[in-house]
Each structure stands twice: as structure tokens, then as C-alpha cells.
Design a protein around this ligand. Structure first.
Ligand SMILES: Nc1ncnc2c1ncn2[C@@H]1O[C@H](COP(=O)(O)OP(=O)(O)OP(=O)(O)O)[C@@H](O)[C@H]1O
Ligand SMILES: [Mg+2]
Length: 432
């Protein structure tokens, strides 16, 4: 266009005019390009989200192409950011600890469980060396040995003494994921199980050794009539101990399987207390002064068999750990709607340091004394489970040499003030 105009002007008005017009046209074009280039430069130097300027002439096409390209980039950036956020949300939702490490073991990111288990701070500890924050020597050794894939058991000192199973998983370009799983409860159960098997084996070993010892003696020396009777009675005693142990274990395992609280039926207090007194008197054989006091009899909502077993355990302990001539007091009373059952004795008492552990399975203050009186060490463990199932609590007061008092407290919600009439009890019994 511009060339044609210059040629026409040159032909009509002379070469000077033609050249002049061509020069003016060129200057205009240069000015247009410079203006568009400036706009482009300004845009390039401005923040990422600044809209692209609208160009003129050929620049319109260039800017339109740039605009498309920039829109595409923004979309990709958004979808990448969304994917990253989704990944982080998933990481946060994980119950296990996740810590992302770079090739040099610097922390890049960690989720909420990572912060709890290892005591890390997602923001503050970003870029820190992980072994400066998880400081157990075995962890540093684990990182150095690069035993990726294998788990390490770590007692977390900053995470409230949790037991964490830690695993390092390599990914990407020498980066690593540190995964931590809370195995505190799992390890506790495993320890309880190991202790339990060891205890049961130990408890059964003693009577079995005695019995097999006598059998061997009889086999080698032949039955000596004067000894035989004594051997047989000792063997019977040991067999009886084993039988008691197995029975108690069965009761305990049944109670543990039924871990929910019992709905129960009203169990009348007065007849239960009288039955317990009779059992106590026969166990004592007249060697103790046993008193029963029942204030405000009513009923407990619960299982009669379980309650009788728990109360009976406490009474039999009081008798067994109280010397001849000692006193045993059994009492039922109500305070503020709650029911209190207590057994008090003037026996050997229990040193304070043992009291918190008495309800553990097989825990005895004096093993030989308990065994000598036929104890399995499971009585109070059974009591504890029965109480759990009846929403009740146990309190132990004791002083060595002076005696002990075991008190069971049943909440008001478990108490029935009036005993149901006998016909109702019969109906309940029939519907069971
Ligand atoms: N009234 C008490 N006086 C003194 N010590 C007691 C009394 N009651 C319990 N103990 C101590 O608590 C321990 C645990 O009691 P628990 O009833 O669980 O077991 P046990 O009496 O030895 O055996 P089991 O009751 O299974 O026959 C006993 O071995 C004993 O040392
Ligand atoms: Mg006992």
C-alpha cells in the first residue's frame, strides 16, 4: 500500500515527493512496532497474572497467540496446584505419619500425624535435616545404613512416648518418604500376650513337676504302701490347683469376650449377702470372727453369677490373708444413691506399692503365700472385669500388719431400691 502510494506520488509530483512519502510511511511503521514492543516489554516485566495488551497490525496476531499460550499455561498451573493440594489433603488424611525428604534428607513436607508422632513443625522444620529433629541414635544409623523397605521400631521421645514403626521408601530422584505407624497398642497387646503365656506356663509347670515327680518315684521304687497315700493326696492337691487355674482362666476369658457392660436383671442384695456369709463361714471353718451388715437392701442391675463371683473373691481373700482369730466384716450400704459393698479384714495388709497392680492377672504380693492358700492370682483380675461390666469401681485401703478394706461402688443407675416381688423374679427366671 505504502509502496504504491510512493510510486504514484513519484510519477505525478516527482521523485522527491515519492521518497518523502515512502520515508514518512516507514517512520509510521517503525513507531507502531516500537509502541507494540514497549507494550510487550512492559507485559513481560509485570506480574504473572497481568492481562496481555491488545496489539495493532501484525502485533494483534502475535498478542492473540501469546494470549492463548498464557491461558493454556494458567490452566495447567491451576490443575497442577489442584493435584498437589489433593495429594496434600490425602497425605493429611492418612492416619500414618508421612514425611517427604529430599536426596540430602532435608524435610520438604510432613502431614499432621508426622507432626504428632515425631514432634515436627510443618512450617518451621521445612528444610531442616531430619536426623537433627528425630534424634534417636538408632534412627540416624537406620538412615545411614539405607535399609530402605525395612521397618525400624522407634520410641518417640517428642510424641508422648509412642512406639512408632518407621519405614523409609525411596521414590523419584533419590527422594524419600518416611512413613511412621503408631504400633503402641499393638506392641502392648503383644507384650500382654507374651506375659500371659509365660505366666500360665509357669503356673502349670509347678503342679505338673510335682505330679510327674511322684509318678516317677512310684514307677522306680514301686508302690510303697505307707507313702502311697501321702503321694496321692499331694498329687490330688496339685491336680486341684491346676483345675482351679483352668476354671479361673475360662471365667476370665469369657468376661473379656463379653467386654460390653451387662444390661442385667435386678439381683436382690439381702439373699445374695446371706449366701456369701454362708460361703465365708464354711471357708473360714470357724477360725475367724465374720460379721455381716446390710443397710438399705435393694437390688443391683447386673449378672448374679458375676456379682457373686466378684464379691466371693474379695471375701475369700479377706479370709485367706487373715490369720486365725482375725476379723472379717462384710457390709452393704447406700450413699447418695450409689451402692457400696465392702469387705474389711484385720489381716496381713498390703504394702502401698503393690496396691495399683493387684488387679493384674497373676499378680500376687507374696507368691508362695498365695499358692500355699490355693490362690491362682486371677481373683482380682476377675473382679476388675466384673466391675467394668457393671460400671462399678474398686477402692483398696490397706496397711501392712493392720488389715485391708476393699470397697466396690455401684453407680445410682445400677441400683433398684425395691426388690421386685417373687412372682416377677420367677417370670424373669423362666424367660431366661
Ligand atoms: N485382703 C487381702 N489382704 C492381703 N493381701 C491381699 C488381700 N486381697 C488380695 N491380696 C493380695 O493380692 C494378691 C492378688 O489377689 P487375687 O485375689 O487376685 O489372687 P489370689 O488371692 O492370690 O488368688 P485367687 O483369688 O485367684 O485364688 C494376693 O495374692 C494377695 O497377695
Ligand atoms: Mg483372691
Amino acid at each position: 500500500m505504502l509502496g504504491l502510494a510512493a510510486l504514484v506520488a513519484g510519477a505525478v509530483a516527482g521523485a522527491v515527493w515519492g521518497l518523502g512519502i515512502a520515508a514518512c510511511g516507514l517512520a509510521g511503521m517503525v513507531a507502531l512496532h516500537v509502541q507494540n514492543l514497549r507494550a510487550l516489554k512492559r507485559w513481560v516485566q509485570s506480574p504473572v497474572e497481568t492481562p496481555i495488551p491488545s496489539g495493532r497490525g501484525v502485533w494483534e496476531t502475535v498478542f492473540a497467540a501469546l494470549h492463548r499460550f498464557s491461558r493454556e499455561l494458567s490452566r495447567e498451573r491451576r490443575s497442577l496446584a489442584e493435584a498437589l493440594q489433593r495429594f496434600r489433603n490425602a497425605g493429611e488424611a492418612m492416619p500414618d505419619a508421612v514425611v517427604m525428604l529430599d536426596a540430602g534428607h532435608h524435610i520438604e513436607w510432613c502431614n499432621a500425624a508426622g507432626q504428632t508422632y515425631f514432634g515436627l513443625d510443618g512450617e518451621r522444620d521445612k528444610g531442616a535435616l531430619v536426623f537433627n529433629l528425630i534424634r534417636q541414635p538408632e534412627f540416624a544409623a537406620y538412615l545411614a545404613a539405607d535399609r530402605s523397605g525395612q521397618a525400624l521400631l522407634l520410641k518417640s521421645d517428642r510424641g508422648g512416648g509412642l512406639l512408632i514403626s518407621v519405614q523409609l521408601i525411596p521414590y523419584g530422584d533419590q527422594e524419600k518418604l518416611l512413613i511412621g505407624q503408631d504400633v503402641t497398642e499393638f506392641e502392648r497387646v503383644a507384650t500382654v500376650r507374651r506375659d500371659f503365656v509365660a505366666n500360665v506356663s509357669h503356673e502349670i509347670k509347678t503342679p505338673l513337676t510335682v505330679i510327674s515327680g511322684f509318678i516317677e518315684t512310684i514307677q522306680t521304687t514301686g508302690p510303697a504302701p505307707q507313702q502311697l497315700e501321702r503321694y496321692l493326696s499331694l498329687m490330688a492337691e496339685q491336680a486341684h490347683n491346676m483345675q482351679r487355674l483352668v476354671e479361673d482362666l475360662l471365667v476370665l476369658s469369657a468376661l473379656e469376650n463379653e467386654s460390653n457392660s451387662v444390661a442385667g436383671e435386678p439381683v436382690a442384695i439381702a439373699p445374695l449377702m446371706n449366701a456369701l456369709l454362708r460361703d465365708a463361714q464354711s471357708l473360714s471353718g470357724g477360725r475367724h470372727d465374720i460379721q455381716l451388715e446390710v443397710q438399705a437392701p435393694g437390688a443391683i442391675l447386673g449378672s448374679e453369677i458375676e456379682l457373686r463371683s466378684a464379691f466371693g473373691n474379695l471375701i475369700s481373700n479377706a479370709i485367706r490373708y487373715t490369720a486365725q482369730g482375725g476379723k472379717v466384716g462384710i457390709r452393704w450400704q447406700m450413699t447418695d444413691g450409689a451402692g457400696l459393698f465392702s469387705v474389711e479384714d484385720s489381716g496381713i495388709g498390703i504394702p502401698a506399692e503393690h496396691i495399683p497392680r493387684l488387679t493384674e492377672r497373676f499378680y500376687r504380693v507374696d507368691r508362695s503365700r498365695s499358692r500355699a492358700t490355693g490362690g491362682t492370682g486371677l481373683g482380682l483380675a476377675i473382679v476388675r472385669h466384673v466391675l467394668l461390666r457393671h460400671d462399678a469401681t474398686l477402692n483398696i485401703d490397706s496397711e501392712p500388719g493392720r488389715g485391708s478394706r476393699f470397697t466396690l461402688k455401684f453407680p445410682a443407675t445400677r441400683m433398684v431400691a425395691v426388690v421386685p416381688p417373687p412372682e416377677h423374679q420367677l417370670q424373669l427366671a423362666a424367660s431366661r
